[in-house]
Design a protein around this ligand. Structure first.
Ligand code: COS
Length: 382
């Protein structure tokens, strides 16, 4: 595994950083207050390549590798995790499931739009009663002639209100993991309602919503892959999703580091910059080591993806470590900033609020530990 970036990856990092510094940094506080990023930035991010990095050229993407994708997500996380989430869900969870299991027609229909950021996808797995345990989800799809008819509801769905298409997991068979199937449902299908969730602690610029399905009819060819394989597809996709969350968390840690260093060198107390105090350097050193450790775990998982080797446990380790590191780094950064860290003139309180969900979604820290524990012992504790 290469521990440094290639020339091309560095170029992409530079491009991503300068784009985000110019178009997102000046607005992220206002987007956070307004609970909405400017939707115009989504196709602009598409032009830079954030959505299309790992989508093959024949579907309008760049055909790049997973490490480059992680580099892009780190830069997004460094600036605004709401933007990172929009990309991770649309290009990642939806795009990657389609690439792996969609028909040629489904790929042609949706991937070019997703790759360019002119169309957005959302991933409908979580339900009000099923978060950590998606095998028990209750949304149903029944077959009627040439159609599937979907009934049920989903919650905490990133992108739901801005999405053109939802990848919906629904029960087509009996109880448990083998009874689930995946469907592509255009969001303008009659009976499909979405309602925005307000008042989130973080990720405020990103649309998070409930979705409900009342006799929603889709054609037979809306089924993705094979009937009864939906749980497996969701788990495979979430393995990659966890690497992408980890990459976004690396960005949060890096952002906390850069903000803390800059502030500590400028802020004077007792007649000298606070960066000259050992206890402040202690906090900066903690954040710095965590940034490197989280990045290396993330790149290791991404490198395994690129080599086509098993990466699920590496993904869980990266996601567990990086998400916990992001919460810790944001907390330390606020400590470095003192009272100024508590107001939104500076980014560190937003890092704290955005980081907090990272240990919850795409598998809680506890789920990651159980997956790592199962891989180590061969014994399932759930
Ligand atoms: N890749 C491919 N297949 C997988 C898989 C993976 N990562 N994980 C499980 N499967 C398969 C298993 O091989 C098994 O297949 P068979 O029925 O053919 O044997 C099937 O799926 C059931 O697996 P398992 O028994 O492990 O399922 P569980 O219900 O015990 O899964 C965990 C438990 C905790 C792993 C799972 O429910 C999970 O990851 N939960 C967290 C979900 C999550 O992240 N939610 C947040 C969503 S935010 S979008």
């Amino acid at each position: 595994m290469n521990l440094t970036l290639t020339e091309d990856q560095r170029e992409f990092q530079k491009l991503a950083r300068s784009f985000l510094d110019a178009t997102a940094v000046p607005h992220r506080t206002q987007w956070d207050r307004d609970e909405e990023v400017d939707p115009a930035i989504i196709p602009q991010m598409g032009e830079i390549g954030f959505f299309g990095i790992t989508i093959p050229e024949e579907y309008g993407g760049l055909g790049g590798d997973f490490i480059t994708y992680c580099v892009g997500l780190e830069e997004l996380g460094r600036v605004d995790s709401s933007l990172r989430g929009i990309v991770s869900v649309s290009a990642g969870l939806v795009g990657k499931t389609l690439l792996a299991h969609g028909t040629e027609q489904q790929k042609q229909r949706w991937l070019p739009g997703i790759a360019s950021g002119t169309q957005v996808g959302c991933f409908g797995l979580t339900e009000p009663d099923n978060g950590s345990d998606p095998a028990g989800l209750k949304t149903r799809a029944r077959r009627e002639g040439a159609e599937w008819v979907i009934n049920g509801s989903k919650i905490f769905i990133t992108n739901a209100t801005i999405a053109d298409v939802a990848l919906v997991f629904a029960r087509t068979g009996g109880a448990g993991a083998r009874g689930l199937s995946a469907f592509l449902v255009p969001t303008d299908t009659p009976g499909f309602e979405r309602s925005l969730i307000h008042g989130k602690l973080g990720l405020r610029g990103q649309a998070t919503a409930e979705m409900s399905f009342s006799e929603v009819r889709v054609p037979a060819d809306a089924l993705v892959g094979e009937e009864g394989k939906g749980f497996k597809y969701a788990m495979q996709t979430l393995d990659k999703g966890r690497v992408s969350v980890a990459a976004g968390c690396v960005g949060i840690v890096q952002g906390c580091l850069e903000a803390s260093v800059a502030y500590a060198k400028e802020r004077q107390q007792f007649g000298k910059p606070i960066a000259s105090y050992q206890l402040v350097q202690d906090m900066i050193a903690e954040i710095s080591v965590d940034a490197d450790a989280a990045r290396l775990l993330t790149w290791r998982a991404a490198a395994l993806v690129d080599c086509g080797e098993p990466f699920g446990t590496a993904a869980s380790k990266a996601k567990l470590f990086a998400s916990e590191a992001a919460v810790k780094a944001a907390n330390l950064a606020i400590q470095v900033f003192g009272g100024y860290g508590y107001i939104d003139e500076y980014p560190v309180q937003k890092y704290m609020r955005d980081a907090r969900v990272m240990t919850l979604y795409e598998g809680t820290s506890q789920i990651q530990k159980l997956l790592i524990g199962r891989a180590e012992t061969g014994i399932s504790a759930f």
